[in-house]
Design a protein around this ligand. Structure first.
Ligand code: ADP
Ligand code: MG
Length: 288
């Protein structure tokens, strides 16, 4: 049987604006030669500092944009070669959770609509059935069916990320790609959301592709890890081994920095957390 997800020689180049009108176009190689396999029910962590290509990898795996080279196989199907209609149907099997629980939920839509949106995109069920499924998913992430008729601003950051997870789960995918899913949350809330993700993994037999600049997050959730540096995989292996006895110098530096021993290693510093703190005092964040 083919693995759930197989990535082979994935590369992505971006063209940057010319610096002079007739000057040479500038290119940035965001990702190159990335290969890995993720088996059903397992979790793969992707670590690396800001700009190492993590989000680019997520977008390519989600088929939100095309690679410059390489392939993404989902359940044995070459995603980037699928005709549009088949790709749309295949999307039921893989869904994404983004970093920003404030920006990723449409503030004008009630939660019922937000959570059911992937079902609507898939043209699955009647409106009543979709609402019912949305309610079940809210319950699965620890919210209430009564929350269906509320709007995103009525929830805290952690609750909004639960809503985003409910939306990702609503098509019953096998794979969730989570790009920094807890980085914007208060430290106290991060553990709750990570515990929820682990519970859901057992309950729904999920696989995670979990991207985080925070090594502790990946260590907690993931079986396997790949380390990205300047778009390349510099080391990969079981989380247990890689975090205890890293082989590559870059991985050692990441670990040392994460332990506070080296120059600070981060993805935009504490900005996401600081931004979350700012928002929590903004008028949008009404108490609940
Ligand atoms: N749409 C884009 N256009 C141009 N450059 C991009 C684009 N997306 C990402 N990049 C560049 O690709 C590199 C990797 O970015 P990204 O995947 O966002 O890294 P990470 O998520 O690890 O911080 C960076 O140098 C970034 O500036
Ligand atoms: Mg990123």
């Amino acid at each position: 049987m083919s693995p759930l997800l197989q990535v082979e020689g994935l590369a992505r180049q971006y063209r940057l604006p010319r610096q002079r009108p007739l000057g040479p176009p500038q290119q940035v190689q965001a990702l190159q030669g990335v290969s890995f396999t993720l088996e059903a029910g397992r979790s793969l962590g992707v670590v690396g500092e800001s700009g190492s290509g993590k989000s680019t990898l997520a977008r390519l795996v989600m088929a939100l944009e095309a690679p410059t080279a390489g392939k993404v196989w989902f359940e044995g199907r070459d995603l980037h070669a699928l005709p549009a209609g088949e790709l749309r149907r295949a999307r039921a099997g893989f869904q994404m959770v983004f970093q920003d629980p404030f920006g990723s939920l449409d503030p004008r839509q009630p939660v019922a609509r937000i959570v059911a949106e992937p079902l609507e995109a898939q043209r699955i069920g009647t409106p009543a059935e979709r609402r019912e499924r949305a309610g079940e998913m809210l319950a699965a992430v620890g919210l209430r069916t009564a929350d269906l008729d509320k709007y995103p601003h009525e929830f805290s950051g952690g609750q909004r990320q639960r809503i985003a997870i409910a939306r990702a789960l609503v098509t019953r995918p096998q794979l969730i790609v989570a790009d920094e899913p807890v980085s914007a949350l208060d430290v106290s809330v991060q553990a709750q959301v990570l515990n929820l993700m682990q519970d859901l993994q057992d309950r729904f037999g999920l696989s995670y592709l979990l991207i985080s600049h925070d090594l502790a997050v990946v260590d907690l959730v993931c079986d396997e890890v790949i380390v990205l540096h300047q778009g390349c995989v510099v080391e990969s292996g079981p989380a247990e081994r890689l975090f205890r006895s890293p082989e590559h110098e870059y991985t050692r530096r990441l670990l040392a920095a994460a332990a506070g021993a080296g120059p600070s290693f981060h993805d935009g510093g504490d900005a996401p957390r600081a931004a979350a703190a700012d928002r929590s005092t903004s008028p949008r964040e009404s108490p609940r």
